[in-house]
Design a protein around this ligand. Structure first.
Ligand SMILES: C[S@@+](CC[C@H](N)C(=O)[O-])C[C@H]1O[C@@H](n2cnc3c(N)ncnc32)[C@H](O)[C@@H]1O
Length: 244
């Protein structure tokens, strides 16, 4: 079984519960409003042809479609995209879905390429960023990421404390299982996404004028929606890397 088959199978299985985790699909109106403001500010004016890579159940795709963009959602997992289509239909939104690899964008005339939490699970993130450059030669890159894993020891401690509290409060887990150590080791960003690493990868792939934005409004809204003890522990630092 190859890496991509393992990854597709994992996400097809995760699709059933992915949206139960508040980190994946927040239900609080203020948190969604903060995300919408962040996506609106990062994208060119609508209507732009936006490609959401590793779109999953459609968190970014649906926000972009609500803002009036023409969205193509690309994902290796048919099950994740099935959830996206159901949500889009429920809201009367049109999102074009494509089952395929992030490194093989369906077209070359996108005005923006966006992703959230995809890069860590790509076998070749540098190659994907280069293929996105070719798919949006005059477009915008928006990477939506957070600090996690081994990239920052302080954040690792904070998130371990948050996980313990989450279990105490019986919050749904983020995923149905963990990637195997072997699979994780085969992924260049499998142990975390440092902003500096992502900026360098984007520049090396031909993206210009990188800008780094901390998503403080999203974090603030997320934190206010938490039970008191978890509020004190806080949430993962979220950030955007935007480039042209
Ligand atoms: C952590 S989820 C993020 C989903 C969504 N972007 C979000 O923010 O909720 C990662 C997604 O990337 C997809 N994925 C993983 N490897 C991929 C690849 N090589 N090409 C396309 N999609 C991939 C998975 O199927 C999954 O839907």
């Amino acid at each position: 079984m190859g890496t991509i088959d393992d990854i597709r199978r994992y996400w097809d299985e995760d699709a059933a519960t992915y949206d139960d985790a508040r980190q994946h699909r927040p239900t609080e109106p203020a948190v969604m409003a903060a995300w919408t403001a962040a996506v609106e500010a990062a994208l060119p004016p609508p209507p732009t042809a936006v490609l959401d890579c590793g779109a999953g159940t459609g968190f970014l795709s649906l926000i972009a479609a609500r803002l009036g963009h023409q969205v193509t959602a690309l994902d290796v997992s048919p099950e994740m995209l099935g959830r996206l289509r159901a949500r889009a239909a429920a809201e009367g939104l049109h999102v074009h879905t494509v089952v395929g690899l992030a490194a093989e964008p369906p077209g070359r005339d996108f005005g923006a390429i966006i992703e959230r939490h995809l890069l860590w699970t790509l076998p070749d993130p540098a190659g994907a960023l280069s293929s996105w450059r070719e798919a949006a030669p005059a477009g915008r890159l928006v990477l939506v990421e957070s600090i996690w894993g081994a990239v920052d020891p302080i954040e690792a401690l904070r998130s371990a404390a948050g996980r313990i509290l989450g279990r105490l409060h019986r919050m749904p887990p983020e995923h149905h299982a963990e990637y195997s150590d072997e699979l994780r080791r085969s992924l260049p960003l499998g142990h975390g996404t440092h902003p500096g690493t992502l900026v360098s990868l984007a520049v090396d792939a031909g993206w210009r004028t990188p800008r780094l934005h901390r998503l403080r409004d999203v974090e603030w809204a997320e934190r206010m929606a938490l039970p008191l003890a978890e509020r004190l522990v806080g949430t993962a630092p979220r950030f955007l890397v935007v480039a042209d």
